[in-house]
Ligand binder design. Structure first.
Ligand code: ATP
Length: 760
């Protein structure tokens, strides 16, 4: 241990040196005064690079080095840690190998049967900069202890990590990644990789470590294109938010479906049946029909008056203008200027016809120049613009959908062939808040609307002209104030700003450079396409949501992790093929490939036994992953009268809250408000807003997706079974959130699936 302490101290010294040098470089970059737009860009890039590096170095400080490999063919040990470090001279074996580098892989995957040249694997545990323990594994088949081992790498270190009390924030697992997880983390980035695994198999952990691995391995490409991680809810995103920064990676966009649209937080709750309808692929046709319905023709001719002259705009004119516009662009707003031009042309010609006839009482003798003048007159007429707005309004996605869902007539026209019951699910007032399931619909609408940016372009042109004028004035002033008295050589050789720049260059220089990071720019841009997209709890996504994600990632470099046995939403998937084939084609024929995780690291065996019964009763064709550990603590059930449920749950919550670690109370949605009130009265530290670090939290099973707690208390399991669209899956999710202990409080009979619980 003393030798390892000396080595680790050396590594920290090296880390400090590298950090000091990076800080100096950052200071240097900040101090430079860029003289042209390119230099501004270079400066920004240097500042970004050094700042990122400092963040990564700081993140690596805690637990810097955690492994050592002794190999058959080398006397020099290989140390594995959070980042790579080398000496200035560089030497064959780096001081520290980044856990993501190929040279570190044997630390995670070497076994006695496939030792990959490794003789001994050493796990080094540190607190701050102090080594607190060293655990060795010899990968020697003749080792007498070998038969005792389970095949888990670094078993005692792993079990210590798994038994640790939870904080309400997920932490990284770099020290104890298991071989089956490592294979997925390092899998080829191309194509769609689906990771199926039961609860607690580390899917989320693997997905996030894969993000860090890909950023390390494809840094150049992903630094430009960005990486998106999609999770099921804002609570979940808060839960995982620390993992990537702790691995030194901050440039990743984290979003849930409701937060994926720039500038919108669509998180209002919604009935599951409504979410299901909105998630159907048929909604593409509904949105398409809604857009086309806004490209109207007239029911009857529209009378117009241009400068006192009546002009009749007929139904056929509207139809002609519409076909002309549709021929110009598929996109509604982009086609609008063409529609406006067509209407103005048609009105101008009619106007010309009327005037020409009026003047001469016979054939129209007005020339092209006259018609052009009349056209300008027509274009200035407010009534014509009102007509254009009525027939082809400029639309935002938000306006389109609000108008659609709040109008029974529009809705009926856009959902031909639907049942009245399904249609009724879509109806809502215009003031209703947005929900996550609306986001794919809004995006679908954007795709059909496009943007009519002619106004922005005109404004940008004007702005550029303004800057040019200002720049020209500045240059004129500089020239004007320049000394004309060329007395000395020196002075004549002095360059003024005007010699180096023309007005255009100066105007460009005033244009703001975009100094936002890739992640910031990506998150603010709906049309951004990412280099890689990772989706957690991917089984929950609807067909419409898949379209959004595939649009964000046309290269299909994606990792989808989830468990089809945990699907709660009716819009989600019960088999990967069912959801992915329509969008991606068949498995393994370049459509998508699948990897599986098989070991449950979270839930103790005692609880998994019960959960497996629930899974089987729900008719799942998968079996639950096996647990790596047992706690010896039996899960229990307590029966209470229905009207006492909230108080009894609060009582039991207070008992569990006295135990170490975090606590979740999970109840059906219909009980959420009453139980939350009761629990908050008994356990004052309980969080009201889903803050997982508060100690105790009350959630629905749906809201607990992807999370974990030391203690879980399920209230009214029969209610969970009854209320959910896939009730057994919901109860399965609830039971498998526990890392240590589980209690169930039930009114009435205990559901048969839970008969294995100890009765209290
Ligand atoms: N190799 C590992 N070393 C240490 N801890 C691990 C390892 N793998 C998983 N864990 C821990 O197990 C727990 C479950 O992991 P995670 O949340 O990633 O599972 P999951 O498969 O996403 O679960 P679910 O589908 O139920 O949400 C976490 O606390 C995680 O840190």
């Amino acid at each position: 241990m003393t030798a390892e302490q000396a080595y680790v101290t050396g590594l920290h010294q090296r880390l400090d040196e590298v950090r000091a040098r990076t800080v100096a470089r950052l200071d240097e970059a900040l101090a430079t005064v860029p003289h042209n737009p390119q230099a501004v860009g270079e400066r920004e890039a240097a500042v970004e690079l050094h700042s990122q590096r400092i963040v990564a170095l700081d993140a690596a400080d805690s637990g810097l080095c955690f492994g050592r490999l002794d190999r058959h063919d080398s006397d020099v040990p290989r140390y594995v840690g959070r980042i790579g470090l080398n000496t200035d001279e560089g030497r064959e074996e780096p001081l520290l190998v980044d856990w993501r580098a190929p040279a570190a892989q044997p630390f995670y995957t070497a076994t006695p049967l496939h030792d990959l040249g490794v003789r001994r694997r050493r796990h080094i545990r540190t607190r701050g900069r102090t080594v607190v323990s060293v655990t060795d594994e010899t990968l020697d088949l003749t080792d007498p202890d070998l038969a005792q081992r389970s095949g888990l790498a670094g078993e005692s270190v792993l079990l210590a990590a798994l038994n640790a009390t939870r904080t309400g924030r997920m932490s990284d697992i770099v020290r104890t990644i298991q071989a089956e997880q490592d294979r997925i983390i390092r899998a080829d980035h191309r194509g769609v990789l689906v990771v199926q695994g039961g609860p607690g198999t580390g899917k989320t952990a693997v997905a996030l470590h894969r993000a860090a691995y890909l950023l390390y391995t494809h840094r150049e490409r992903l630094a430009r294109s960005g990486l998106l991680v999609v999770g099921p809810s804002p609570t979940f995103l808060a839960y995982i938010a620390d993992v990537l920064p702790s691995l030194g990676e901050t440039g990743v966009v984290l979003a849930d479906l409701g937060g994926l649209r720039p500038g919108l937080q669509a998180h209002a709750p919604e009935r599951p049946e409504v979410t299901e309808v909105k998630g159907r692929l048929a909604m593409v046709d509904v949105v398409t029909a809604a857009v086309r319905a806004r490209q109207a023709v007239l029911d009857q001719p529209a009378p117009l008056t241009i400068d006192g002259t009546p002009v009749r705009f007929a139904k056929a004119d509207a139809a002609r203008a519409r076909s002309r516009a549709r021929a110009v662009s598929r996109l509604h707003n982009e086609a609008r200027p063409a529609f406006a031009r067509a209407v103005i042309d048609l009105v101008a010609h009619k106007y010309a016809d009327t005037l020409g006839q009026n003047v001469l009482g016979g054939a129209n003798l007005l020339g092209a120049g006259d018609v052009a003048a009349l056209r300008r007159e027509v274009a200035a007429e407010p009534a014509v613009h009102a007509l254009i707005d009525r027939l082809w309004p400029r639309l935002t996605a938000e306006r389109l959908l609000r108008d659609l869902f709040s109008s029974p007539q529009r809705l009926a026209a856009a959902t031909k062939g639907w049942t009245d019951a399904d249609r009724a699910l879509l109806a809502r007032p215009a003031s209703a808040p947005w929900t996550p399931a609306d986001v794919p619909l809004l995006e679908e609408a954007d795709e059909l609307l496009g943007v009519d940016d002619s106004a922005e372009r005109t404004a940008a042109r004007r702005e550029k002209q303004r800057r040019l004028r200002h720049a020209q004035e500045t240059l004129d002033f500089l020239h004007g104030s320049r000394s004309t008295d060329w007395e000395t050589e020196d002075e004549s050789e002095e360059l003024s700003a005007g010699d180096l720049l023309d007005a255009e260059g100066l105007a460009d220089r005033q244009e703001e450079t975009d100094s936002r990071s890739t992640a910031q720019r990506a998150a603010a841009d709906r049309t951004w396409t990412y280099g890689h997209v990772i989706v957690d709890e991917a089984q929950e996504l609807s067909a419409m949501a898949w379209r959004v994600l595939l649009r964000r990632c046309p290269t299909r470099s994606m990792t989808l992790v989830g468990d089809v046995a945990q699907t709660g939403s009716a819009a989600g998937a019960s088999s990967w093929a069912e959801v992915l084939e329509p969008a991606l084609g068949p498995r393994d024929r370049r459509g998508w490939r699948m990897e599986e995780l098989t070991v449950n690291y979270r839930t103790p065996a005692e609880i998994m036994e019960i959960a497996a019964e629930v899974l089987a009763a729900g008719g799942a064709d998968t079996s639950a992953a096996s647990s790596v550990r047992s706690t010896g603590e039996r899960p229990w059930a307590r029966q209470v009268a229905d009207e006492e449920l909230a108080d009894a749950v609060a009582e039991a919550a207070a008992e569990l809250d006295a135990e170490e670690g975090t606590l979740a109370v999970l109840v059906p949605r219909s009980r959420l408000a009453a139980v939350t009130d009761a629990v908050r009265r008994r356990v004052p530290s309980a969080s009201a807003d889903g803050d997982l670090t508060a100690g105790a939290v009350v959630l629905t099973p749906q809201g607990s997706k992807g999370l974990e707690f030391d203690s879980v208390l399920v209230g009214d399991p029969a209610g969970i079974l009854d209320e959910g669209v896939r009730g057994h899956n919901d109860l399965y999710v609830a039971l498998t959130r526990a890392t240590q202990r589980l209690g169930v409080v039930h009114p009435g009979e205990l559901p048969v699936e839970l008969k294995g619980l100890d009765l209290r």
